[in-house]
Design a protein around this ligand. Structure first.
Ligand code: SAM
Ligand code: SF4
Ligand code: SF4
Length: 335
């Protein structure tokens, strides 16, 4: 079965957040000077609830699931969630996004439980800048150990995500590209986005992908590649010397809402149809009120079929006036 929204976009991908807490305080996500409240244990999806929702989404056409957070590796029973989701027939891809600070100890567990691919966030190789950007948590050495552990246990197609913020970490573009090329990782530069309400975003702080691309292409010439599948968010480029690929996720300068096939579930079991939503649909309560799978599937179908979100395409107009209401923070919704 496949379901389509108002713009005939199918629901194919699910970002499933397993936790909202994080051990980092990245400036663009959870600025360190703030206090944060996190969901209590009984407010979060249990292992069985996370697996049950995944099964329902897969019956509705989802083929790829990405586990995220907050920092997913902080969740103690993560292996059980992964094992349960990984064995659902018809699931084609199970991936996980992490800051990698705990990956050195957990890479093997992720592999053994059934994660197929990893995406690792890394914004700076310079140790001091790394500390600044992660809110003075962990260290770049620890993250690199995590990356190497993942490669050692045989993870393939590992990606590195990097957010460049103007005046902060442009100096890292070349060193990170070099690092990724050496380790055969696919580096993807993500434009700094106005998600959440607390990261002091403004358009001036966005470094457009084209700028990053030309810095890289000056040193290593690039050729643009075709998309691998409908709904792929990154535009991929091949290094002409054959040493891998680099990608650009240009949510601000080249919005890709028209291909957006992603649903999101927060760790408190709410369904969101866009990163810029102010409210979600409470699926956890439905499960705890003994609704059947079919009833929950009908709710999801109903929400998706009414979906008209295209915030990134509307951003420039939206920026003309102050936001009417807060949107959900990315660490709460699942990035
Ligand atoms: N904690 C994990 C991590 O950082 O990899 C997973 C969750 S995090 C919210 C997922 C991704 O969102 C990270 O790659 C992070 O860089 C990205 N992200 C967070 N805030 C962002 C922002 N304001 N603009 C662009 N990307 C952002
Ligand atoms: Fe944590 Fe990831 Fe947000 Fe950084 S981007 S604060 S690691 S959830
Ligand atoms: Fe999808 Fe919303 Fe992002 Fe557009 S703004 S690509 S609809 S999540």
């Amino acid at each position: 079965m496949e379901i389509f929204d108002k713009f005939t976009r199918p629901m194919r991908d699910l970002r499933l957040s397993v936790i909202d807490a994080c051990n980092f305080r990245c400036l663009y996500c959870m600025p360190p000077e703030r206090e944060y409240d996190f969901f209590k244990k009984d407010e979060k999806l249990s292992v069985n609830e996370a697996i049950r929702l995944s099964e329902i989404f897969i019956k509705l056409g989802v083929r790829r699931i990405r586990l995220t957070g907050g920092e997913p590796l902080l969740r103690q029973d993560l292996d059980q969630i992964i094992a349960g989701v990984a064995k659902i027939p018809a699931l084609e891809d199970l991936s996980l996004t992490t800051n990698a600070s705990l990956l050195a100890d957990k890479a093997q567990m992720l592999k053994d439980s059934g994660v197929k691919r990893l995406t690792i966030s890394l914004d700076a190789l310079d140790p001091k800048l790394f500390k600044t950007m992660s809110g003075n948590r962990s260290s770049v050495e620890q993250v690199i150990q995590g990356i190497d552990a993942a490669l050692d246990c045989g993870f393939q197609n590992t990606k590195l995500n990097c957010v460049i913020e103007k005046g902060l970490n442009e100096s890292q573009i070349i060193p990170l590209t070099e690092f990724a090329r050496e380790r055969k990782l696919k580096l993807r530069f993500i434009e700094f986005m106005d998600v959440g309400n607390c990261n002091q975003w403004n358009l001036e702080k966005v470094v457009p992908s084209d700028e990053v691309k030309s810095i890289i292409a000056d040193k290593w010439p690039l050729t643009e590649l075709e998309a691998n599948f409908f709904g792929e968010v990154a535009t991929s480029h091949q290094f002409e010397d054959g040493k891998g690929e680099v990608g650009f996720i240009s949510s601000v300068t080249k919005a890709f809402c028209k291909d957006c096939t992603r649903a999101r579930i927060s760790s408190d079991g709410k369904l969101y149809t866009c990163l810029f939503c102010a409210r979600g649909t409470d699926l956890l309560s439905l499960m705890r009120q003994d609704h059947t799978d079919q009833e929950i599937a009908n709710t999801i179908k109903d929400v998706w079929e009414k979906r008209t979100n295209r915030y990134s395409e509307e951003r420039m107009d939206a920026l003309q006036s102050p936001r009417q209401h807060d949107i959900v923070e990315m660490f709460k919704m699942g990035g």
